[in-house]
Ligand binder design. Sequence first.
Ligand code: 5GP
Length: 124
Amino acid sequence: MPYSYDDQNIFAKILRGEIPNDTVYEDDHALAFRDIQPQAPHHVLVIPKGPYVTFDHLATEGSDAEIVGFTRAVGKVCALLGVDPGGDGDGYRMISNAGVHGVQEVPHLHIHILAGRPIGRMVS
Ligand code: 5GP
């Protein structure tokens, strides 16, 4: 089944400036903003600017520039937050929920970055 994108989802509205957000980082390919219901001291959502529902959707239909730009933006946000262990931070958890089993609430690709406290084990 082909991917379809609903441009009335809340993150599409944030991208169009119809809903305010607490921006952490923005460039041509991505927007990062604080989650409205933070689960950790740092809880940032990074979204691509293009109309993609899941990571597979981006990887399949996105241009190389979009894929690379989005990936770099996710890394830049970790660096900006000062949480990347490669840059002497204390680390983070990165999650992307997809579809029904992943309990994806908003159908626009987003990466959760959770940091600022020990996040605990999810998969053993
Ligand atoms: P998921 O789709 O991965 O289950 O989670 C969507 C996330 O978006 C949730 O953590 C939720 O708190 C967050 N969220 C939902 N609506 C808004 C909003 O209007 N603004 C912001 N900043 N975050 C939102």
